[in-house]
Design a protein around this ligand. Structure first.
Ligand code: SAH
Length: 215
């Protein structure tokens, strides 16, 4: 796969669009500019890669809208070297944006087909991400604690295992709700284990699902 001048030019425009929608974190914008989103989509859809829209990636799932990726990433307040757990690997795009920002990424996908496809694809990419097939509600106790947890599917509840796996002072960003729209929450874990909550408006995500799907 090639990253041509044309792609780079389209990506610069995309960054301006995302900036225009209110994302001012220069490190996040630099990561969006650095990661070729078209690599993560089917090659027959290249013209859609640099529109600020979500797009189907197979198995009934979508690659998130670039603005949403940038928004969630900026809510995380990342610092280099942090350990970040992502729930919902999907195409691997969001995970690669995180890795581009110098953090260690662990990502869980529950759909086997998508997991296998993305795992094989990521071998050829420069971002080293640890991918797992499993249930995001359970997290990765073996690799805990995490500095940050990012959920990229609509969560009808706040997964308690993920709260447990978060460091004190750590942040979880979660699209919370089980209707068509979710509230974007930033939860910060306090010294006594409780969570402080900030709200950042409504978004639309595909639902976070329970049992492991074998499709
Ligand atoms: N972050 C992805 C987009 C996520 S779409 C990207 O950058 O492309 C949401 C993803 O969450 C889908 O791939 C879906 O299969 C996955 N998912 C849904 N429920 C899950 C669960 N319980 N655990 C892990 N992944 C889940």
């Amino acid at each position: 796969m090639q990253d041509t001048f044309r792609h780079k030019g389209l990506r610069k425009k995309l960054v301006e669009t995302v900036r225009g929608k209110g994302i001012h974190d220069s490190k996040v914008l630099a990561a969006i500019e650095a990661v070729p989103r078209h690599f993560f989509m089917d090659s027959s859809f290249l013209e859609f890669a640099y529109q600020d829209k979500p797009f189907p990636i197979g198995s009934g799932q979508t690659i998130s809208q670039p603005y949403t990726v940038a928004f969630q990433t900026s809510l995380l307040k990342l610092e280099r070297g942090m350990k970040v757990l992502e729930i919902g690997t999907g195409s691997g795009y969001q995970a690669s944006v995180l890795a581009e920002m110098g953090v260690r990424v662990f990502s869980i996908e529950r759909q086997r087909k998508l997991y296998l496809k993305t795992k094989a694809f990521m071998e050829s990419m420069p971002w080293k991400i640890q991918l797992f097939l499993g249930d995001g509600y359970a997290g990765l106790p073996k690799f805990a604690p995490f500095d940050r947890v990012l959920i990229t599917a609509a969560a009808p509840e706040i997964p308690s295992a993920l709260v447990e796996q978060l460091k004190t002072g750590g942040i979880m960003v979660i699209p919370y709700g089980n209707g068509d729209e979710q509230q974007m929450l930033r939860l910060t874990k306090q010294a006594d284990g409780s969570l402080s909550e900030e709200r950042f408006g409504t978004f639309r995500f595909v639902p976070m699902l329970g049992d492991l799907a074998d499709d």
